[in-house]
Design a protein around this ligand. Structure first.
Ligand code: STX
Length: 324
């Protein structure tokens, strides 16, 4: 009756069984790991940002007795090297890396799981290699449209979080605040190390403080570490300045409508997601009739909001029963 008492929670912590590094270009090497059941249903869990890196908590959405769980740090972040590197770092490079990992591990087909930027990359991968995907489990849908970028990095979310927004824009002089994305980009890619790190801290903190329903005081500890924020801010800003490296605004939604028919999906999205508003999830669900959308009534953007965890675990369990 009271849904909150029967909410599912994360599976127990478990270690990676196997880790490795894959050289994908002359400069980039990426970290990957495998955990769970060696002959289980393969799943790749794609982290957010871009530039966020994977975390051990991501393993805990999956039943380790049923899933073979693959995690990887995307180019330039987490344990991948060189840290914070922007060259040869595009959506389509990451899609290729996912294929390289799949081939290396001898996996024919897998479940693809991702939240936020992880949902963007999951969709980009699935529309490129639909035959490799059993199904998609996506949270906090983000299509990298101009409207979404404008909402979060310029004005929109600013109206709901004016306190955090003031801290976000602080490193940018008033006469440059008309185009915050460009103002941050020039500082994050400039030669002045102090300016770069101040900009990165402000950029990352904005996201950390708006991520969860409970607001600024609950920002995750990683958002206070300089090495994390540098890669996170630089890589995010680089991708968003380039429109996600999609051919035109709205490309990903069009591609999903063309390509995903017949591929099952679970979309989970918080009603009060301020980072990536619900309208993108709604548009995606309409464009892709095989997807089921769960709107969580009491959640923001974070994957760890209790109602989001509950829905994601149910979706992962349902796919394990269906495809294993
Ligand atoms: N970026 C949204 C995103 O993908 C606009 C994202 N935000 N925070 C994260 O990812 C982490 C918690 C994974 C760092």
């Amino acid at each position: 009756m009271n849904k909150s008492v029967s909410r599912r929670t994360l599976y127990p912590r478990h270690d990676a069984r196997r880790t490795g590094r894959l050289r994908v270009t002359d400069i980039h090497e990426i970290y990957w790991e495998e955990s769970g059941r060696p002959d289980g249903l393969p799943v790749i869990a794609l982290h957010g940002g871009p530039g966020g890196g994977s975390s051990p908590e991501m393993r805990r959405f999956f039943d380790a007795d049923r899933y073979r769980i693959i995690l990887a740090d995307q180019r330039g972040c987490g344990r991948s090297t060189p840290h914070s590197e922007l060259s040869e770092n595009t959506t389509w490079d990451l899609v290729d890396d996912i294929e390289r990992i799949r081939e290396m591990l001898g996996i024919e087909k897998w479940v693809v799981f991702g939240g936020s930027w992880g949902s963007t990359l999951s969709l980009a991968y699935a529309v490129t290699h639909p035959e490799r995907v059993y199904g998609l489990i996506l949270r906090g849908i983000f299509l990298i449209t101009d409207a979404e970028i404008q909402w979060f990095y310029q004005s929109g979310a600013s109206r709901l979080f004016p306190d955090a927004y003031e801290r976000y824009v602080a490193p940018i002089p008033e006469d440059e605040r008309g185009d915050l994305l460009s103002a941050f980009h020039s500082r994050l890619t400039g030669d002045d190390r102090q300016v770069r790190i101040e900009a990165a801290r402000a950029w990352a903190r904005w996201e950390g403080e708006t991520l969860s329903l409970r607001g600024p005081k609950t920002r995750p500890p990683r958002f206070d570490e300089d090495s994390f924020v540098d890669a996170f801010a630089r890589i995010e800003c680089h991708y968003f300045m380039n429109g996600g490296f999609f051919a035109h605004d709205g490309w990903l939604l069009d591609a999903a409508a063309r390509t995903l028919r017949g591929i099952p999906g679970h979309i989970v999205h918080g009603r009060y997601d301020v980072v990536t508003p619900l309208s993108s999830a709604w548009a995606l669900k309409k464009a892709w009739p095989d997807a089921h959308l769960s709107i969580v009534p009491d959640a923001g953007h974070s994957s760890l909001e209790p109602g989001i965890v509950d829905e994601l675990i149910r979706a992962c369990d349902a796919f394990a029963r269906r495809f294993a």
